[in-house]
Design a protein around this ligand. Structure first.
Ligand SMILES: [Zn+2]
Length: 93
């Protein structure tokens, strides 16, 4: 008792996830990917920041979204980095 671990598996929960404010500051769009049908698009973070608050974490946006194609709520969101070299993005899950 009395000793608590400060470091709990930080892989899934980064301390400082990218927020909408970061996206706007960097001039990035939000990339959304439907895990069900593969539909994807980029959206402007400005209206999102207005609706959800500028400190809303980008990875949690997916929980607020619904696919416009298949209506699934299984949406992944991340910053739409402009130059990714065309490589594939490794997935952890
Ligand atoms: Zn979909």
């Amino acid at each position: 008792m009395g000793w608590h671990k400060r470091q709990h598996t930080a892989l899934d929960e980064p301390k400082n996830p990218t927020t909408l404010a970061d996206m706007i500051h960097e001039g990035l769009s939000v990339f959304c990917w439907c895990n069900r049908c593969g539909h994807n698009s980029t959206i402007d973070p400005v209206p999102l920041a207005t609706a959800l608050g500028s400190l809303f974490p980008v990875p949690e946006l997916g929980g607020r979204m619904r696919c416009s194609l298949c209506q699934a709520r299984d949406i992944a969101t991340r910053p739409a980095w402009p130059s990714h070299g065309g490589g594939q993005i490794a997935r952890h899950i």
